[in-house]
Design a protein around this ligand. Structure first.
Ligand SMILES: [Zn+2]
Length: 76
């Protein structure tokens, strides 16, 4: 189990990236998988994606439900 801090990026231009925006009513874990890693917001440290398998997320941007930052996984 490892917490992986994501990289905060500016809001992507429309059409350049797939942005996952949380539903209203947070805080909540947006997504759960069956892997060993948890991705956390690079700005506020909130857990955004739990139990993900490394390499499972490619070319996705997450909008943090807590602080509104846009995050991407490093190295993709
Ligand atoms: Zn955040």
């Amino acid at each position: 189990m490892a917490n992986i801090q994501m990289e905060v990026i500016p809001e992507p231009d429309k059409g350049t990236a797939s942005v996952l925006v949380p539903s209203s009513g947070g805080p909540q874990i947006m997504l759960r998988g069956d892997g060993d890693d948890t991705y956390i917001c690079g700005c506020c440290g909130e857990s955004i994606y739990e139990n993900v398998q490394r390499g499972q997320i490619v070319n996705l941007v997450f909008k943090c439900f807590n602080c509104g930052s846009f995050n991407r996984v490093r190295g993709t």
